[in-house]
Design a protein around this ligand. Structure first.
Ligand SMILES: Cc1ncc(COP(=O)(O)O)c(C=O)c1O
Length: 378
């Protein structure tokens, strides 16, 4: 199927190409000065004390759990309405994912009341996910975490520059994790970042990223050090400078990109305001957001009806997606499943519509008109 309107399109132009060529010509293509610049810029942008660039967000989430000393058998409360990587990371350290439901169709973030119900003496952390770049209820979650002495890890993949009460997402818990996968607000192909205000976590993150070695190849090539020791069981989770140089250009573009997305969201909300058959999650949202995606939820619906709506849109040339199939229903997670009615309803009845800064207002109008037709069919 050749779609007329894709779900997402890269915000790339000559600037990314020039940046890559410059890095290739520099002959330093692995972790080096471009990584350092990207990290400095990312920390500045989020207001975090530290940022460490990584291969992708999945490894950032894994490292966050290791850095926070989450151990085999520890329970980690997490959403099921997320990309599977959020939960896989918990299993990498042999901890137990305990799924909590999302609040409602209007607010698809993890429900603090359900978190509270799922806390046991074995709970060590809450791994939350700021769905679509919309903040979880951080006041409630941080209060619960303080009361029960739990660590909070933020999967902020969807929310670079998103805010909650004046703070950037990713800076409220102990560590924040971001993805630069191709379809994210910042795209480098593959890529990720971990941020923290904790100096010890930062020092250890740098070690774990590169085999637990006390110096990087770049330091040795520049004569900053001549030898190294290995003092932690680390990984190779490094980002290369080719990708980091794309990331720097993408950071320059981010504020402009998000301003356009905000206009697109406003147009979607206005066009769909009176459509009886749908809920617009986060309608009238009050904080600054990255608007990573624009989902709608069909009311009084079923998975079959949702799929017919998606087919109608596809026949009109519009690509859609589902954010997300519920993780607790995947074969490898069924043993950890518990009833999560809101998550299950959302997973069965959500449709993610196109959202990216090159989308035009005319295209948004066309998508909304087509959705109205599809939703009106029984
Ligand atoms: C919520 C969420 N968590 C984790 C990931 C994993 O990120 P990455 O693809 O960079 O490993 C993604 C993106 O794919 C995501 O959307």
């Amino acid at each position: 199927m050749d779609y007329k309107i894709l779900l997402f399109d890269l915000n790339f132009d000559q600037a990314e190409q020039d940046a890559v060529i410059e890095t290739l010509r520099s002959k330093w293509i692995s972790t080096g000065p471009k990584n350092a610049e990207l990290e400095r810029r990312f920390a500045e942008m989020t207001g975090a004390r530290h940022a460490v660039a990584l291969t992708n967000c999945t490894v950032a989430l894994h490292m966050a759990l290791v850095l926070n000393d989450i151990r085999p058998g520890d329970e980690v409360i997490c959403p099921s309405l997320t990309f599977v990587a959020t939960v896989n990371a918990i299993r990498y350290v042999n901890a137990i994912p305990v799924f909590a439901d999302v609040k409602s169709m209007e607010d698809l973030t993890i429900d603090p009341d359900d978190i509270e119900k799922k806390i046991t003496p074995r709970t060590k952390a809450i791994m939350l996910m700021h769905y679509g770049g919309f903040a979880c209820n951080m006041n409630r979650i941080m209060t619960l975490a303080d009361k029960h002495n739990l660590l909070v890890i933020e999967d902020a993949c969807h929310g670079p520059l998103s805010e909650y009460e004046g703070k950037k997402l990713g800076t409220i818990g102990s560590t924040g994790c971001f993805s630069f996968f191709s379809n994210k607000n910042i795209s480098t192909g593959e890529g990720g970042m971990i941020i923290t205000n904790d100096d010890n976590i930062y020092e250890k993150a740098k070690l774990l990223r590169s085999h637990g070695m006390t110096s990087l190849s770049f330091d040795r090539a520049k004569g900053h050090s001549t030898e190294y020791d290995v003092i932690e069981l680390g990984y190779n989770y490094r980002m290369d400078d080719i990708r980091a140089s794309i990331g720097i250009v993408q950071l320059d573009k981010l504020p402009g990109d998000l301003a356009i997305r905000a206009e697109l969201r406003a147009r979607y909300e206005k066009n769909l305001d009176r459509v009886e058959e749908i809920v617009i999650p986060f309608k009238g949202y009050k904080y600054f957001t990255s608007n990573y995606i624009f989902p709608i939820v069909l009311k009084n619906s079923t998975v079959e009806r949702r799929n017919r709506v998606r087919e109608h849109l596809a026949e009109a040339g519009i690509q859609t997606s589902v954010h997300y199939p519920a993780v607790h229903r995947f074969a490898i997670y069924r043993e950890y499943a518990s009833p999560l009615p809101n998550t299950e309803y959302a997973a069965d009845n959500i449709v993610t519509l196109p959202m990216f800064s090159k989308l035009t207002h005319e295209q948004v109008d066309y998508i909304c008109d087509t959705l109205k037709e599809a939703a009106a069919k029984k």
